[in-house]
Structures are given as C-alpha cells and as structure tokens.
Design a protein around this ligand. Structure first.
Ligand code: ZN
Length: 243
C-alpha cells in the first residue's frame, strides 16, 4: 500500500473500512500512513495515533473541527483543533526506534513481580469490548511475565497495571483541554482521531463517487476513465456537464 491517502487508494481504503469495527479501522488507516512494509498492529497506541494524526494533516489539513458538551453547564461547544498540537510528544516505546516497540515496566504486588508493556493496536482490535471481562482480558495481554509464574492474576494486580499504562505510553490517548466560554469550566476531553479521520475518509470517498457518477452519466465514461482524469480537469468537465 502507498503510505498516504490519495485519490488512487481512498475508495479502496473506504471500502475496506466499511465492514470493520473501530479498532480494526484505526489500524487500517494507520497502515495506509505507515512506511511501506511496516506492520502497525504491534506498535504502541501512541505510535498508531502519530500515524493517524500525520495522515489527517497530510490529507485533510491541520484544522480539525470538533464539538463537545460542557460537563458543567451542558452548553455545546464548537472548537477547531490544530492537529499538529495533538501529536503525542514522546512515543510509547523506550527501546525501539521512534517508539516502535511498546515500553515495559514492572510492579510488585501479592508477592509477584509482574512485567507489563504498553497496549498495542492489536490488543485493542482483538479484544471484543462487549465481551464479559473485556477490560481484564485487555489488561492481561499487557502482562508479559509473572514471577513466580501464575496463570491467574488477581483483578487488583491488573488494575495496578492499568494505573501505570498512561505513564508508559502517554500518547495512547489523545486528549484536548477545553474551556467553556459560557461558564468558564475547564476540562479534558478524549478525542478519537481514528473516528474523525474515518469521517473525513468517508466524505472524501463519497465526493469522489458522486463525481464518477455525474461524469459517467454525462459522458458515458467508466469509473476507471473518470478516476484517471486529474481533479482539475474533472472539475472542469463537471462544471461543463452541468452548465
Ligand atoms: Zn460550561
């Protein structure tokens, strides 16, 4: 796959993403942004987010319109976020090049020494969030070693792992600081960059399909014919055919 979103691949990416759940879709989009041949599933979430933010900037620009409801007064807030400012500062990997390998940590509890790592896209994709004990299943995947060996870890140990994960991979969650102009309340809201990007990709694919439809109908061209024409020429023909 090419490592950016283009007219040539957007329809394919959109079609692939249609049948996917959000976690799989996030990895699909990140794989388009990744250097050719790089597998994204085992990257820490911060590195996946970096790829998504880079792709958003490159394909749709730096301004990301968002809406949020103020938790204090309920007022609806429209903000435009600069995507560049959302970039995770330090990627989650301590040992890999550019944060490509999830960082690890250790903790001691219940007489056990537990080694854990940051969450990857594969972890999130492969755990069904609606399954019973999905949270524990996700956390269990972060545990890479238990000494002395134990098959069952108490939930409390897993929760201790959970509390340490944000420190291990600070860019795993993209967070916005928002200020309510009505009541002055200040809060942090999570921003799902993959979800925003998917909305953009869907919009782009739909615009392109509408252009194919209009030109195919006006001139009898095939889809491949229309897509082989540069956007500038296509827009000329679109205007000419409706004018
Ligand atoms: Zn408010």
């Amino acid at each position: 796959m090419p490592h950016r979103l283009t007219e040539a691949n957007v329809l394919e990416v959109w079609e692939d993403g249609l049948g996917s759940n959000p976690a799989a879709r996030s990895l699909l989009l990140a794989s388009v942004a990744a250097p050719a041949g790089q597998s994204v599933a085992d990257l820490p979430l911060s590195a996946v987010n970096s790829l998504l933010l880079e792709m958003r900037c490159g394909a749709f620009g730096d301004a990301l319109p968002c809406t949020a409801d103020c938790p204090a007064c309920g007022d609806s807030l429209d903000v435009t976020v600069a995507v560049g400012e959302l970039r995770p500062g330090e990627a989650g990997g301590g040992t890999g090049e550019g944060g490509a390998v999830p960082a690890t940590g250790t903790l001691t509890a219940y007489g056990m020494t537990v080694t854990y790592r940051a969450l990857t896209g594969r972890d999130v994709r492969d755990v069904d969030p609606t399954a019973p004990r999905a949270r524990q299943a996700l956390l269990r995947r972060c545990v890479v070693d238990v000494s002395p060996p134990a098959d069952d870890l108490p939930d409390e140990v897993l929760e201790q792992v959970a509390r340490r994960l944000p420190g291990l991979d600070p860019g795993a969650d993209t967070v916005l600081t928002l200020n309510c102009p009505q009541c002055g309340h200040c809060w942090e809201a999570a921003l799902d960059i993959a979800d925003h990007l998917w909305t953009d990709v869907s919009g782009y694919a739909h615009r392109l399909l509408h252009e194919v439809h209009a030109l195919a109908r006006a001139y009898g061209w095939s889809e491949a014919d229309v897509l082989s024409i540069s956007p500038t020429r296509r827009h000329f023909y679109l205007e000419a055919s409706t004018g």
